[in-house]
Design a protein around this ligand. Structure first.
Ligand SMILES: [Zn+2]
Length: 389
């Protein structure tokens, strides 16, 4: 039994561990990784009471096993309307983000020195340490394969779907590598070119999200990046982590104030500071950019609580394309891993992403307390060796 309702999840959401009929498990099925799906409440997608035929995917609930996907006489059956279920999960409707107290401080939390902030962040994220054997408790970290497994089996037994159907994106594509960075403060800029030179030596230009109205950006560094094929994105207004919790008109006012930077670099992409996100934020952001990097497939990184869109490929929702971040490279440092262990920590996930056609979307920060130091750059260089191989 493993139906669980940890705090941070919508009252009506049920997170269930699932299992897949062995003959229907794909090559990338990992018996040691998390495998859960959120079941939508009745007002999101009406559920069938029973499914006919042979069960191919089932959930473990308080009431015992329930079939989620079955087949009878070649006909596929699924418990909930698939497009509604998918929107519910990818849109993270099963989750409620908590607003941390420090975002209500009367002063900007960046006035606390970087090393002290790192200790505080470590304390906050310690509560979100991957739990269970090999990090299998929901959401599994670094791999939570449940919803991808469900989608895989559904696409497999449902081959007659028209090609423009939403299921098309459930089929594996080639894994794309996207290297992204968030420059939170002025202390990050001195490390930007050193980082980018390592990437360019691997033939991988990167995306650099910059705070619109925080510390003044180093324009010479940003121009240098653009000249070398890198992309500039927007990392919120001032990184006080309030943006996602504001009403739409206030979010709009803040993003309007970032227009000069957006215009200067023809910015098309966005990542919300500290991964804080909300439907209101995305609804406004889509009027400024086309691509969002604020979601993680499995999220233990946002200080607002655990969750994730449980999806590793780009998808469009509400007029905005979301590219889930799948390799938050530095985060295992919060849970007791060393810089020297990071590449091996991430290697199984890279293999898994390559197997299921998920995006290899990496994130780091150039500040000295994160990746702006010799040890971390060495680890990053080794990661890029793996990604380029
Ligand atoms: Zn940031």
């Amino acid at each position: 039994m493993s139906s669980a309702e940890p705090s941070g999840f919508d009252r009506t959401a049920r997170i269930c561990r699932i299992d897949v009929e062995p003959a229907y498990r794909p090559d990338w099925f990992d018996p040691d990784a998390g495998a859960h799906v959120p079941l939508p409440p009745g007002d999101v997608a009406a559920g069938r009471a029973t499914l006919p035929g042979r069960s191919l995917v089932w959930a473990e609930t308080d009431a015992g096993r329930i079939s989620l996907l079955s087949q009878e006489a070649g006909e596929p059956y699924i418990r909930y309307d698939w497009p509604s279920w998918k929107r519910y999960v990818l849109g993270e409707q099963y989750r409620t983000l908590a607003r941390p107290l420090y975002t209500r401080l009367p002063f900007h939390y960046h006035r606390v020195p970087g090393p002290v902030r790192r200790v505080i962040a470590k304390l906050l994220l310690a509560q979100q340490t991957p739990t269970g054997r090999t990090g299998r408790a929901f959401p599994g970290f670094p791999i939570e394969q449940g919803f991808e497994l469900l989608a895989h089996v559904w696409a497999r037994v449902n081959p007659d779907e028209p090609p423009d159907n939403a299921n098309k994106s459930d089929l594996p594509s080639q894994s794309a590598v996207v290297l992204t960075h968030d420059v939170d403060t002025a202390e990050g800029f001195p490390w930007v070119q050193r980082t980018a030179k390592i990437e360019l030596a691997h033939g991988l230009p990167s995306v650099w999200h910059v705070v619109g109205r925080g510390d003044p950006p180093d324009y010479a560094v940003l121009d240098w990046l653009v000249e070398r094929g890198c992309t500039i994105g927007l990392h919120g207004y001032n990184h006080d982590n309030k943006l996602a919790f504001l009403p739409a008109d206030q979010i709009r006012r803040r993003l309007d104030a970032c227009r000069p930077l957006i215009k200067r670099y023809d910015i098309q992409c966005f990542r919300s500071p500290s991964w804080f996100r909300s439907d209101t934020l995305f609804d406004v952001v889509k009027d400024y950019v086309t691509v969002d990097y604020s979601r993680l497939d499995t999220d233990r990184s946002c200080p607002g609580g655990i969750g994730g869109c449980l999806w590793t490929k780009p998808f469009t929702l509400g007029g905005l394309t979301h590219v889930p971040t799948t390799i938050p490279f530095e985060d295992p440092l919060y849970w007791g891993h060393d810089a020297e262990q990071l590449v091996n920590f991430w290697r199984p996930k890279i293999d898994w992403l390559r197997g299921c056609g998920g995006g290899i979307v990496v994130n780091t920060h150039p500040e000295p307390q994160f990746s702006g130091n010799a040890r971390m750059l060495r680890a990053y260089d080794q990661l890029l060796d793996v990604l380029a191989s």
